[in-house]
Design a protein around this ligand. Structure first.
Ligand code: GLU
Length: 483
């Protein structure tokens, strides 16, 4: 079904968008945001979303990078329609179109040497102008030769105008543009040419991409015109800055999408974070994918660059962890513990562990770190806790607790909080006098989840064992102090 596009005037057309990464690295945050906006626009309009690998730069493109891009797209849940296109499989199509333009005299062979072009460029820059090809071979009617490139015959008069969804009307005079190379001497085509051929062949209705391509657009529009092809609409997305205002890069932390997976972020949280980089809807912060699809509108994309903000991403991730299914989180936690080479004792149920940390954890990795004390015996107590809590006054509370713990017959159903409270009232002390030594006994330090929750997860034997061990440590310290 083709639905009316909610983002354009009244024309009914089928929407086809694409994400066209060059596989020269991982899928980074900027690329993923571009992909997401293309994806959402297609889904919002019952259109298609195409994935096209722009791998014509054979020196810089790698298979690992192709796989990394696929992996990132899959992790974020941005499924493409149809098969993935690879530009390297489309050389015959490009070749044919180059020939067509040559035949129509809309392109020509040029044999200017590198030296000549370099000299010319230098002179132009010295004179304060922009470097551009001077058109020496334009009207020479040269034939093909080993060192000949093919140049596009850019119109010399008039101007190119397009109405960008984000940036508005942009007009460029043709005399600002030179005759760009569309095929190298070995016949391989160049980016500005292949992108147009592909977008035409794949019937792309909306070209949504980073604004680093905005200066290429008028050149590409002239190629569309030369081919007699219908123009797509354009949306150039503002760049993403780091929190220091510089363009987002590696030094701002993780920029590869899969690094967020490794760091314990949930894909739906990263997706939610990405959609807010340059787009907003009222003051809503959290969007499911369906909500994004229902609400996304290219017209609401900000013109200004958006700034990456790790604390916001952390907040979003925390919200999603709180809402996530505990079974799923326990699987993620288990995988993380595997990476940390932590083995989980058989009696410990990771779902209970998850439930204990779900409210507070910012990432799965954070949760794993907080939970580490559960899996290994405690061999060291935090110095500040020892100083504050391991005192004579802790001995009776710990002994009383051990006795009560030992007497419990059904640990899973026992009221462990009640047990602590009973100890407090029996001994007629403040809650801290019982709770604090117990916490240090169970966790090795003074902070952590509630004692009764920890004991539930640890089980009866481990809880008694740890409390006993702490009791011994307290006694030893007290004895040493006396001597
Ligand atoms: N392959 C280009 C890039 O990765 C994108 C081209 C386009 O979207 O038009 O920057």
């Amino acid at each position: 079904m083709i639905r009316k596009i909610k983002n354009t005037s009244n024309n009914i057309m089928s929407v086809i968008t694409r994400f066209a990464p060059s596989p020269t690295g991982y899928l980074h945050v900027g690329g993923a945001r571009t992909a997401l906006f293309s994806y959402l626009f297609a889904r919002a309009n019952n259109g298609q979303f195409i994935l096209r690998v722009e791998d014509t730069d054979r020196e810089r493109s790698t298979d690992e990078s192709v796989q990394a891009i696929f992996e990132g797209m899959k992790w974020l849940g941005m499924e493409n329609d149809g098969d993935v296109y690879f530009q390297t499989k489309r050389f015959p199509q490009y070749k044919q179109k180059v020939q067509q333009l040559l035949d129509q005299d809309k392109a020509y062979y040029c044999t200017c040497s590198k030296e000549r072009l370099d000299e010319m460029r230098e002179a132009q820059m010295k004179a304060g102008g922009k470097p551009r090809y001077d058109g020496k071979c334009r009207d020479l009617g040269l034939e093909d030769s080993d060192d000949a490139v093919v140049r596009f015959r850019n119109p010399q008069e008039g101007e190119v105008t397009f109405d960008d969804y984000v940036r508005g009307v942009i007009t460029t005079a043709n005399k600002e543009m030179d005759d760009l190379i569309i095929a190298r001497p070995d016949g391989t085509p160049t980016y500005n040419f292949t992108v147009v051929i592909d977008d035409v062949d794949m019937k792309i209705s909306h070209v949504i991409r980073g604004d680093d391509h905005i200066n290429n657009t008028p050149r590409q529009i002239n190629i569309y015109k030369a081919l007699g092809a219908e123009l797509p609409k354009f949306a150039h997305l503002p760049m993403i800055l780091g929190d220091d205002g510089a363009r987002l890069s590696k030094r701002h932390g993780a920029v590869s999408v899969m690094e967020y997976a490794d760091n314990g972020y949930l894909p739906e949280a990263v997706l939610n974070y990405l959609v807010r980089l340059g787009w907003s809807h009222e003051d809503k912060e959290l969007f499911t994918k369906d909500e994004m699809i229902a609400l996304f509108d290219l017209k609401q994309v900000n013109k200004a660059p958006s700034a990456f903000n790790t604390s916001k991403l952390n907040w979003i991730n925390q919200q999603y962890i709180q809402q996530a299914d505990s079974q799923r989180l326990s699987e993620l936690l288990s995988a993380r513990l595997g990476v940390l080479q932590v083995s989980v004792p058989e009696n410990i149920d990771l779902i209970k562990v998850v439930n204990m940390f779900k409210e507070r954890a910012i990432t799965i990795n954070d949760m794993a770190d907080s939970a580490l004390f559960l899996f290994d015996d405690i061999n060291e107590y935090a110095a500040t806790s020892v100083k504050k809590v391991f005192k004579q006054s802790a001995i009776v509370p710990l002994e009383t607790l051990i006795k009560k713990m030992t007497d419990i017959t059904n640990w899973d159903n026992a009221d462990l909080h009640g047990m602590i409270e009973d100890t407090v009232s029996e001994l007629e002390v403040g809650f801290g006098k019982v709770g604090q030594p117990l916490r240090v006994a169970l966790t090795g330090q003074s902070s952590g989840p509630a004692n009764d929750e920890i004991m539930k997860v640890l089980g009866q034997d481990k809880s008694i064992q740890r409390t006993n061990k702490a009791l011994e440590a307290v006694k030893e310290k007290v004895a040493n102090q006396r001597n």
